[in-house]
Design a protein around this ligand. Structure first.
Ligand code: SF4
Ligand code: SF4
Length: 154
């Protein structure tokens, strides 16, 4: 069984989370595990466990939560949030944790690479003439090959 070091806990972390959109109801969690049973990521990787992330956050283990790669595995499918009997906004909570992780400088390399692509090109996947030919063949209109407006926003 994994040991949790509460000496490293930040006592104000749970309260700070509860005051932000997505964190309002985390203290209402009564550990029924409906979220875990609903989660398609947990189904393929047992190490991903939304309830565990909520408990760690409630214990104040800020660094363990924000530096974890696991929060980035959440696909924001909302299956857990729709089913939580306690109204915990689990999907929104995961988004809150991801945003805080970015602010603290914890961004997995793959996510950082996607961010850089959006900054530079305005989209993650470049569109070229070959893609547009395939689109046209399928009866779809061509897309612009550059996305300068989004790149400027990023
Ligand atoms: S479904 Fe809601 S109440 Fe049940 S364990 Fe998950 S967060 Fe907690
Ligand atoms: S929103 Fe995230 S945590 Fe919730 S079920 Fe979907 S993948 Fe799992």
């Amino acid at each position: 069984m994994e040991r949790i070091d509460l000496d490293a806990a930040d006592p104000g972390f749970a309260e700070a989370l509860a005051s932000q959109p997505g964190g309002e109801r985390i203290a209402a969690c009564f550990m029924c595990r409906t979220c875990v049973a609903s989660c398609p990521i947990s189904a393929v990787d047992r190490r991903f466990h939304p309830l565990r992330i909520i408990r760690l956050a409630l214990y104040g283990l800020k660094q363990e939560v924000l530096a974890s790669d696991f929060i980035w595995l959440c696909s924001s499918c909302y299956a857990c949030q729709e089913r939580c009997p306690q109204g915990v906004k689990i999907s929104d909570f995961m988004t809150l944790l991801k945003n805080l992780a970015v602010k603290e400088g914890h961004v997995p390399r793959g996510i950082r690479a996607q961010l850089d692509l959006i900054r530079e090109h305005g989209r993650i996947y470049p569109i070229d003439d070959f893609d547009n030919k395939k689109r046209n063949k399928a009866g779809l209109p061509s897309l612009p090959t550059s996305c300068d407006v989004v790149a400027k926003l990023a």
